[in-house]
Design a binder for this molecule. Structure first.
Ligand code: ATP
Ligand code: MG
Length: 423
């Protein structure tokens, strides 16, 4: 016999009951984002490689070593998106959004692809949920966005939650800080990991984000970006913090937070948690300002800010077993014999039209096995249909938890069931 097929390493199936937990996260995001005016956008999974090289940045780990890049049949270089921001920025530019509205707020969800070392919370296909706001450079928006994440994760019950914020400056501030970092790391280059040796050449800021212990110890004494910020960045950061305080959103200033992507300017932030025991994968959301990207990609100069939620990591730290997120079955109809099964199917059809969630036992098995399944499914009510029920048109509606039975007329079943469900 041929070997059974297996999935690609780092690319997972999402199946029930886990999918119920994902759906809860997605529903909560949709609700929360809507309250803040974010509308959904869905760019394609594949883009021209060039977009990520220019958008995410050549010095980033993503472009350096993580992209799934291939030539299509016309020898175009295409890439499976490694993140959502660049594709959304391309769409914003391509659809001339800046001429249509002064402020654009989009959210998006979908799979992204990175060739990295697989671990808990680190996969090669994973999902991100992004929010991006274009057209506003003012710092109160930064705080609004971070406040929205706080509201979202509070609603999801993820605790404890730490919100780290920093400002990575732009232009000259960044240049001077970069020089200071090179001066600091160069004499210690031998103690850095192989990745950081490379980063020192191409993107020294990225060393601050290294997860290797030896590098972390060196990073702890590195110069702080906050000593290199110009007046504008300093004032911007102060207002972000004052606004977060006004919102009652707790945060921690982390001067070594730089983010791995090249495109950030000014405000950056991360949400981390010890829930879910994710270890070095404890960052569940990351984001920041990228005021230069739209212009650099060839669009009109447009300030922008956004974040990416790591869906798998977030689900791992949401409380409760996946099964606790499963939709509840309102009524289980057990049936004995072909005629009862037809009746059960018809009654269920009617009930579902009235908004009731119903499971019918279609298999030819004994009542005992049928009720075992009703219990396992966690049905709130059950109904048994056999020959005598068909003959009399009357049956008993059972409350599965209370173990009580109420006589019902099958002709009035919809009313009886909705009443029993308290609807
Ligand atoms: P890390 O430092 O953990 O590699 P990152 O800085 O590369 O993360 P971002 O590009 O900012 O991550 O992506 C946003 C979020 O997506 C992260 O905070 C994380 O929750 C999630 N994420 C990133 N890489 C992976 C992955 N390989 N598998 C699962 N989730 C991931
Ligand atoms: Mg990464």
């Amino acid at each position: 016999m041929a070997d059974a097929p297996v999935s690609v390493r780092g690319m997972n199936d999402l199946l029930p009951p886990d999918s119920g937990k994902w759906q809860h996260l997605e529903r909560t995001c949709r609700d929360v984002f809507a309250r803040y005016g974010y509308l959904e956008a869905r760019p394609p999974v594949v883009e021209h490689t060039e977009l990520f090289v220019r958008g995410v940045g050549e010095g980033s780990d993503i472009v350096g070593k993580e992209m799934y890049t291939f030539a299509d049949r016309s020898e175009r270089s295409l890439t499976l998106r490694p993140e959502l921001t660049a594709g959304l920025a391309r769409a914003y530019i391509e659809h001339n959004m800046a001429t249509k509205e002064a402020v654009t707020r989009w959210w998006s969800i979908g799979p992204v692809f990175r060739y990295e070392a697989v671990n808990t919370g680190r996969y090669r296909q994973f999902y991100q949920i992004d929010c991006e706001a274009y057209g506003v450079g003012e710092p109160t928006l930064d705080a609004e966005l971070i406040g929205m994440l706080h509201a979202l994760y509070t609603q999801l019950g993820v605790t404890p939650l730490t919100i780290l914020v920093n400002n990575v400056g732009k232009g000259d501030d960044r240049g001077r800080y970069r020089e200071a970092l090179v001066a600091y790391f160069t004499p210690q280059v031998d103690a850095l990991c192989a990745d950081c040796k490379r980063r020192l050449q191409v993107n020294p800021l990225r060393i601050l984000d290294c997860k290797v212990d030896g590098c972390k110890a060196i990073v702890a004494r590195a110069p702080s970006i906050l000593d290199y910020l110009g007046d504008d960045a300093r004032a911007h950061f102060a207002t972000v913090q004052a606004t977060l305080t006004a919102l009652g959103v707790p945060f921690v200033v982390e001067p070594r937070l730089v983010r791995g992507l090249d495109y950030y300017t000014g405000t950056v932030f991360e949400l981390t948690t010890t829930a879910g025991n994710l270890g070095s994968q404890s960052t569940i959301v990351a984001g920041g300002r990228y005021d230069d990207m739209i212009g650099e990609l060839g669009g009109p100069a447009t300030p922008a800010i956004g974040f990416g939620i790591g869906v798998e990591r977030t689900v791992l730290c949401m409380p409760g077993e996946p099964a606790s997120y499963a939709p509840r079955i309102d009524l289980f109809i057990a049936a004995m014999g072909p005629a009862a099964r037809i009746k059960a199917t018809a009654l269920a059809h009617q009930l579902r039209t009235a908004g009731v969630t119903v499971e019918v036992e279609h298999r030819e098995v004994g009542f005992k096995a049928q009720f075992r399944r009703a219990d396992k499914l966690g049905a709130r009510l059950s109904l048994a249909l056999g020959e005598s029920e068909l003959a009399t048109g009357a049956a008993k509606l059972k409350d599965m938890a209370a173990r009580t039975e109420t006589p019902v007329d099958l002709a009035d079943l919809v009313a009886a069931v909705t009443a029993a469900l308290g609807r």
